[in-house]
Design a protein around this ligand. Structure first.
Ligand SMILES: Cc1cc2nc3c(=O)[nH]c(=O)nc-3n(C[C@H](O)[C@H](O)[C@H](O)COP(=O)(O)OP(=O)(O)OC[C@H]3O[C@@H](n4cnc5c(N)ncnc54)[C@H](O)[C@@H]3O)c2cc1C
Length: 387
């Protein structure tokens, strides 16, 4: 194992792996440290935007994602209030607004194309020293402590190590919500429609996936515990009660899992010899499925910056400040957009309910706004956000 590389990526999740894949053809030495020994079967099912699909195609990972379900329509509504908006792929002039695929499948597609020599599984980074001419990372591997230095250290670890980095502040807001996720079937077929329904307890999303739906049901922590403990039939009934009758009754549910929800973002996203990408830079509420899409755009932007920089300047403050400023608008918009949706929609204030109804109805009645909105959801915001 080398003791020095040009780019060291901490975390071989989907975003870290996407960066490594983007750099695969560059004349650079790259290494990925991944704490887990083998990819765990993560139960999340993710909505991938049209822009992310193109990005995965570009790094030759998309062809291995064989079970993706296209989204041709997005139906947005609020429980107990008027107004709804419908976005369609046809109106936006694209084959699909997005695709729904398992985290595990996307991750495996990215990892399996990496040279096993550069992806060290079971290597858990524990200390980062950025005070020298290069970044130095201590990690535990096969029962021993080792060190590796790099021109650039990229943190793609989901955000666990950021608090140890001097000069980077992590901001955190607990939503007081959990996401219950699992796969369900309804009496009616999905017809490639994704549903996002806002309720005072939090949004509930049903994404078309295979023959059924992938469910993301947001609830307060105590309510989530109660729902997770229900018998299957009781759970299906509660879901029907909560979501409404648009799809008929729910008839089948697979294993369920719960995720506590938090907004966490780092500021700035660079330090000496170091850059953050993906959830390490920003961990968002899953409403509107932005997290991985934003992370893939971080990875793409950083890869571009690395490849445009002379090798001796990789990790320099000039290179890092270019990366940081190129990501600023898209990243801030993603954070504010998801956070505002939760703040505006997750409450029972009557005036806000009426305002939300008007906003949804206005969106539904204005084709140019709908198209603009769909494009931002598909490709991100800001000049560098598209791929
Ligand atoms: C319920 C739910 C639904 C979601 N739905 C969507 C969606 O529809 N669309 C969407 O775009 N996003 C969605 N997201 C967000 C998405 O899952 C994340 O944005 C995405 O997984 C981030 O990828 P990442 O690679 O940055 O981080 P992670 O997926 O957290 O991966 C980090 C990796 O780093 C490794 N690691 C951690 N610490 C260390 C260490 N010390 N040393 C070495 N390795 C380490 C971990 O083992 C892991 O493999 C959802 C999230 C949730 C919770």
């Amino acid at each position: 194992m080398s003791e020095f590389v040009d780019v060291l990526i901490i975390g071989g999740g989907p975003v870290g792996a996407a960066l490594a894949r983007s750099l695969a053809d560059a004349p650079l030495s790259v290494m990925v440290l991944e704490a887990k020994s083998s990819p765990a079967a993560d139960p999340r099912v993710l909505a991938i935007s049209c822009g992310s699909k193109l990005s995965l195609e570009r790094i030759r990972a998309w062809s291995a994602v064989e079970h993706a379900t296209p989204i041709s329509t997005i139906h947005v509504s609020q429980k107990g209030g008027f107004g709804r908006a419908i976005l369609t792929a046809e109106e936006s002039g694209v084959a699909a607004l997005g695709y729904v695929a398992g985290y595990h499948e996307i991750h495996s597609a990215l990892i399996s194309g990496l040279d096993p020599e550069i992806c060290i599984e079971g290597a858990c980074a524990c200390e980062i020293d950025l005070s020298g001419d290069f970044g130095a990372v201590d990690f535990d591997y096969q029962g021993k402590r080792r060190q590796i230095s790099a021109r650039l250290v990229v943190m793609a670890d989901g955000g666990k190590l950021v608090e140890h980095v001097k000069g980077i502040e992590q901001h955190q807001h607990e939503y007081g919500q959990w996401a219950i996720i699992g796969q369900v079937r309804a009496e009616k077929p999905h017809l490639n429609t994704a549903f996002e329904r806002f309720t005072p307890e939090g949004p509930v999303a049903l994404l078309p996936y295979g023959e059924g739906f992938s469910l993301v049901w947001t609830a307060r922590p105590e309510a989530a515990q109660t729902l997770l403990a229900l018998e299957k039939d009781e759970f299906l009934e509660k879901l029907h009660e909560h979501f409404g009758d648009r799809l008929g009754k729910f008839v089948e549910v697979g294993p369920l899992s719960g995720f506590p929800l938090v907004l966490r973002y780092s500021q700035p996203i660079v330090a000496e010899h170091l850059a953050l990408i993906g959830n390490a830079a920003q961990t968002l509420h899953p409403v509107s499925g932005q997290g991985l899409n934003l992370g893939l755009r971080d990875a793409r932007a950083l890869a571009r910056e690395i490849m445009a920089t002379p090798i001796d300047d990789i990790g320099s403050s000039g290179m890092l400040s270019n990366y940081s400023s190129r990501r600023e608008i898209d990243r801030k918009s993603g954070i504010h957009f998801t956070d505002s949706l939760i703040r505006i929609f997750s409450n029972e204030i009557p005036a806000l309910r009426a305002g939300r109804g008007i906003a949804l109805a206005a969106l539904d009645c204005a084709p140019p706004v709908r198209k603009w909105f769909s494009r931002k959801m598909m490709f991100g915001i800001g000049s560098q956000s598209i791929l």
